[in-house]
Design a protein around this ligand. Structure first.
Ligand SMILES: Cc1cc2nc3c(=O)[nH]c(=O)nc-3n(C[C@H](O)[C@H](O)[C@H](O)COP(=O)(O)OP(=O)(O)OC[C@H]3O[C@@H](n4cnc5c(N)ncnc54)[C@H](O)[C@@H]3O)c2cc1C
Length: 405
């Protein structure tokens, strides 16, 4: 039997050009080189890929938003047809991706739509707090910080100045810690530029759980806490937010956290359009898949990245929403699509944990790699190196396709 006939006709459609989706498109192009002619379509609402891991730097004004948007036309091979449109839903029985530009039929669909900020239905949070999930979000945070410090400089009385010049970050996971550290490092300079009296600005990190960076090793948490302390970040753990009001974050114990800028980095969930579909979903709306990353009961649909709910058989835990996981899942999906198209057997995902690195401020960081914890300048260099290597890999993958040269 012709292998490609076994998977039907029509294009392979990749929904989402983030870490997972872009990786699938680039790797599949390389894998199909010289193989059966297969139409490959990549769909995204933006014509650029966003390097989300660098957003805290944009929010802290140390990197331009444009620098974290990689134009897709610079990295995609010619055989990938890119469609710039908003995806609105799915017709699963008919195999149609429903978009603002009209339906797109699939032979195989790869869902790689990432995450959305999760406000856990806390009243007022979505309206009153900024989020950090795109380059535009990060620009908004940086603009709000500048506006608040300017307003603080012009305000009467030290108390009012202090309130306006306080940035409150909700959620002390990796994103919250990176953002708080980055802001604490740059705020003194920004405050002085706006003419604010020294010592009036502050960064508060508010966390519902008993620790920052939950799930990390105790050594890493100690090192990160120490660096945050050095930077003057005020960390409040066991402080669950009950509501975001005009006065600030109201905590479940009745306390009030006041400030001039509020950012929510307390968690992510699957995009609503997936929750509204008939796809089988689990924790935080992520789509349940088999070991080959195909949706349960929908073998024509693969899921990769934050959207996939994948249990690591070695730990029994669902893999976290991280870029390194998205890339490995993208690799598995590209390999399995190529296998299907070439009539070969599928391979299960095996995740190789490369470790955990978090920047804390503009010069220091913490890292847990192969059981060794480091903190300080070296860990920050490591983070820089990972981001540099990622950007290189995107360019390099394009280079694998002769059509693209
Ligand atoms: C501030 C921040 C810092 C982070 N730092 C790290 C880090 O240091 N290390 C790490 O490993 N991970 C980090 N992460 C997590 C990492 O960025 C994600 O795990 C990764 O982006 C997931 O990749 P993905 O392909 O699933 O989704 P994404 O990269 O988010 O891509 C999803 C794509 O789908 C598109 N899309 C979504 N909905 C639609 C729609 N309806 N129509 C059209 N297009 C759509 C989006 O435009 C986007 O291009 C960080 C995340 C954030 C927000």
């Amino acid at each position: 039997m012709d292998a490609s006939a076994a998977v039907g006709s029509g294009p392979v459609v990749v929904a989402g050009a983030g870490y997972a989706g872009l990786h699938v498109a680039l790797r599949l192009t390389a894998r199909l080189r010289g193989g059966p002619e297969t139409e490959l379509v990549l769909v995204d609402r933006h014509d650029y890929h966003q390097v989300l891991t660098e957003l805290p730097r944009v929010a802290g004004g140390t990197r331009a938003a444009g620098a974290v948007r990689i134009p897709l036309q610079d990295v995609l091979a010619e055989r990938v047809r890119f469609v710039l449109t908003e995806i609105n839903g799915f017709d699963l029985p008919g195999r149609w991706l429903l978009t603002a530009g009209g339906p797109i039929g699939w032979r195989r669909l790869v869902l790689a739509l990432g995450s959305r900020p999760n406000d856990f239905a806390i009243p007022g949070l979505a309206q009153r707090a900024l989020s950090l999930y795109s380059a535009s979000d990060a620009e908004r945070v940086w603009a709000a910080v500048n506006k608040a410090l300017m307003a603080a400089a012009a305000a009467a009385g030290p108390e009012r100045q202090r309130r306006l010049a306080t940035v409150v970050v909700g959620g002390a996971g990796a994103t919250g810690v990176e953002l708080a550290g980055e802001l604490a490092e740059v705020l003194p300079e920004v405050a002085s530029r706006h003419g604010l009296t020294p010592g009036r600005h502050a960064v508060l990190l508010v966390e519902a759980g008993p620790t920052i960076l939950a799930g990390s090793s105790p050594q890493l948490i100690v090192k990160a806490t120490r660096i945050l302390g050095d930077l003057g970040v005020q960390v409040r753990t066991n402080a669950a937010i009950a509501a975001a009001t005009e006065e600030g974050f109201r905590l479940t114990d009745g306390g009030l956290v006041e400030g001039g800028v509020f950012v929510w980095a307390g968690g992510v969930k699957a995009p609503d359009l997936v929750a509204d579909s008939e796809l089988p979903t689990g924790h935080n709306g992520r789509v349940k898949v088999d070991q080959y990353l195909r949706v349960l009961d929908h073998p024509d649909i693969y899921v990769a990245g934050d959207l996939a709910s994948v249990t690591d058989p070695r730990t029994g835990h669902v893999l976290p929403p991280l870029a390194q996981v998205a890339l490995e899942e993208g690799e598995t999906v590209a390999r399995n699509l190529a296998a299907e198209l070439n009539g070969r057997p599928l391979q299960a995902l095996t995740f190789h944990d490369k470790g955990f690195v978090v920047s804390v401020g503009t010069r220091r960081g913490v890292a847990d790699i192969a059981g060794i914890t480091t903190g300080g300048h070296l860990a920050h260099l490591l983070k820089d190196a990972i981001e540099w290597e990622y950007r290189q890999s995107v360019k390099h993958l394009r280079g694998w396709d002769p059509v693209a040269r």
